[in-house]
Ligand binder design. Sequence first.
Ligand SMILES: [Zn+2]
Length: 204
Amino acid sequence: MSATDEEGIIIEAMDEISAETCLTFRAAEVGDNDYLSFQQLQSGCFAELGYGSGGARVVNVNSLDGCLDDTTTPIHEIMHALGFEHEQSRYDRDLYVEVQWENIDAAYKSNFNKLPRTYAFPQYSFDFNSVMMYTLDAFGRGGRPSMVLTPKKANVTDEYAVGRATNMSTSDIDRIFSAYGCYDDYEEPYVGRMNGRTHRLTIF
Ligand SMILES: [Zn+2]
């Protein structure tokens, strides 16, 4: 895959987000306070969390690790940079999935930490179809499940599809609308609309 093709995938991902929301993207210019910095300097696919607190937000999408095979991963990473967390980290996730701690190596257990309610959008319920949701075997040792559905949620029609969304779900789109004021008569640039958070998150 050429560099141009790789850039094209990233642009396509941004176009998909723009098509569904009020967010627009343009090339960064000197003097911009906040911007996304796409790079392949490190291995893996990850993004710094949050946007709007000043400076570059690194979005590392290494094509050697499959991060640019299609738009799915760039959309996921851009959503991190926009301030969105993994769905299974929600404060109320235990109502939906039971984490199988015994199947997860110690080094990876922190990927399943729960976040405070303030990090979620409590007006939207847990969304198995979110592009921010892990697969049920993510970080599971030897392919074992790292999460199983709670009995209450065992009627999810296709467990294999959980964590394999290729596009933003309705709820993902609604959350961007909510966070970035897309419901308003929206004309202002979105920079600074959301409080940036600066901790680094290594992602799946
Ligand atoms: Zn992630």
